[in-house]
Design a protein around this ligand. Structure first.
Ligand SMILES: C[S@@+](CC[C@H](N)C(=O)[O-])C[C@H]1O[C@@H](n2cnc3c(N)ncnc32)[C@H](O)[C@@H]1O
Length: 243
């Protein structure tokens, strides 16, 4: 997919609230996420590797909040278990229609089925791998535990859940360091002070991060075991837990 340069927040906006995964965002999304999330370009292929290890024959692999399908495609390219399918779910019309067009051009390999649906309503069955790659942070906090419980109930024995998130730090000083480092990263990616400030405002009420402690407690309450952080770059981390 061609990468259109993200200039969405480059000019002064009257309103900067209410970030949405709409047509405008979809056009620049691959560029936006790689220049905003340190480590994204490493996390995606590594999820492919993890999926290869934990995919079980005859099972389903879920990519919840799939956007343009980067993680689904990484899993499809890496997994060698027989008779599996990838179920990619997103509630953004713009995202799924773009991902659908891309899939039409790709032939063969592991089937990827796109569901245009809210992940809070999607059914999870016979799952050996479930991925929420930077998606849980966009779900209302009060629904997060229920979502994890539903996912866990649909996971097979020994299945893996991968959750990548922007995280919060309980310690104020630590939070200040991590925010400064993230903004330094964005500056090196060519984002201006105005872009950084306006994007932060736009995401404020939409992207609500939790601390690592909360994520671990949620895994435990969902009945998942051995949770661990397998990746972190500044305030962006990825976790894995098992059924
Ligand atoms: C940061 S993007 C995820 C990136 C993607 N997983 C990847 O690896 O490239 C978050 C995605 O979650 C989707 N999303 C947010 N809330 C959702 C919900 N309730 N149901 C389904 N998708 C949702 C958004 O439409 C968006 O495409």
């Amino acid at each position: 997919m061609s990468k259109e340069y993200d200039k969405l927040f480059a000019t002064n906006r009257a309103r900067t609230t209410g970030f949405k995964f709409d047509d405008q965002v979809v056009r620049v999304f691959p560029d936006m996420i790689t220049r905003s999330v340190p480590g994204y370009e490493l996390v995606v292929p590594m999820i492919g590797l993890l999926a290869r290890r934990y995919a079980q024959p005859g099972s389903n692999l879920y990519d919840l909040g799939c956007s343009l399908g980067a993680t689904s495609l990484a899993m499809a390219g890496a997994v060698n278990a027989k008779d599996v399918q990838i179920i990619a779910v997103d509630n953004s019309t713009a995202m799924v229609s773009q991902f659908g067009k891309l899939l039409e051009e790709l032939k063969g390999g592991i089937p990827i089925r796109i569901r245009h649906q809210d992940i809070l309503e999607t059914s999870i069955e016979d799952a050996s791998v479930v991925v929420l790659n930077f998606t849980l942070q966009f779900i209302e906090r009060e629904h997060r535990q229920h979502l994890l419980n539903t996912i866990a109930a649909g996971m097979k024995k020994d299945a893996a859940l991968v959750v990548s998130e922007k995280i919060l730090f309980a310690d104020e000083q630590e939070q200040a360091y991590q925010t400064a480092w993230h903004h330094d990263f964005k500056r090196t990616q060519g984002y201006s002070e105005l872009e950084i400030a306006q994007k932060r405002d736009a995401l404020e009420d939409v992207l609500r991060p939790d601390t690592e402690e909360i994520h671990f407690r949620r895994f435990e309450q969902a009945g998942l075991s051995q949770p661990r952080r397998w990746f972190q770059c500044f305030s962006f981390a990825s976790y894995i837990a098992f059924k």
